[in-house]
Design a protein around this ligand. Sequence first.
Ligand code: UD1
Length: 376
Amino acid sequence: MNKKRILSVVGARPNFMKIAPILLEMDKRDGNFDSMLVHTGQHYDQAMSDVFFHELGMKEPDYNLSVGSGSHAVQTAEIMRRFEEVCLLEKPDLVVVGGDVNSTLACSLTAVKMLIPVAHVEAGLRSLDRTMPEEINRIVTDSISELLFTTEISGTCHLKAEGIPEEKIHLVGNTMIDSLVRFSAQLSRNGGRPRVNALAQAGFYLATIHRPSNVDDPEQLTKVLDILESASDRLPVLFVAHPRTRERLRQFGREARFVEIQGEVGEIRTGLVYLLPPLSYLDFLYTMSRATAVLTDSGGIQEETTFLGIPCLTLRENTERPITIEVGSNELVGLDRARILACLDSIGEGRWKQAAVPPLWDGKAAERIVEILERW
Ligand code: UD1
């Protein structure tokens, strides 16, 4: 039997932990797959990319397209142009993309026009908010994919409602949780991460905010910062800032309000918001697993907190991951300061809802995916 030539794509930070388990699983069944990896270079900083490869034990990409940042059109077009050359050269049987970033859309569109089938990992999620660039990426990618792997039942329902034939849709669970399961023993070990070790005893909130809708407009960003400052009156806030957020803070002259931390986190005090650079995968998981609550507008963090049972307040009006609310520890709070403070009080008093782990978030999603790829 000929080996299947599978070209997997990563581009931005949230892709790495979703695709790594699939690569590992294909390597285990090496006899059946010729597995190649393309990094589009959408994210390129050491802290946004390299450190993840290292910690997740991913092989060096076979191709790095080095596209870097740009407007949506420029970034997407440049990825398409460069990815087409790789497809022409390698002639894969299947292209595997994950999540909802511009690299996902660009590579799936390129492949399908070359008559190369596409598998979409984390298919079917819908915020129903088309002002989010990710929502457009999801809709387009799903509509042209041949294999659609969903993480939760809402994904399967959306795809069916959009007319995707049932035989293309597979509810397999969550490969991002596969990565978390893989490292969970390491997280519970004492003394794992020196940088954040000092926090283990103290209560604190962890914040990550990077959506354009929350940081690109000075008025919205002011609301976010006011919320974090009010929260810090209850417990210290560790604000881990994405490069986009950092740039906006600088641009709007807001950095001075916070205490900068570059290296070790020493003692942290109530009443202060601490500004941290992007953390590595393991440092972030370690910090998150010890937080009293997480305030975020990320997609993946809603899922990771649900798995860890850490209360999560999502500073958005909608979520494409409803199971994290229905079953998990997540709540949508928008930028409603009074509501957020009331939630933090509930959490402090131990009155937050009991979270459970959604079905199939068991660390075996990649195994299920690769079994399907073998049969396909
Ligand atoms: C992208 C994804 C978003 C995801 C996020 C996770 C899209 C449309 N959005 O948003 O869904 O939640 O990644 O991080 O794909 N930058 C750096 N270094 C880097 C990468 C980016 O400094 O390594 C800065 C640049 O100023 C760049 C900006 O961040 O212009 C935005 O990067 P980009 O990849 O366009 O989108 P993200 O906001 O990261």
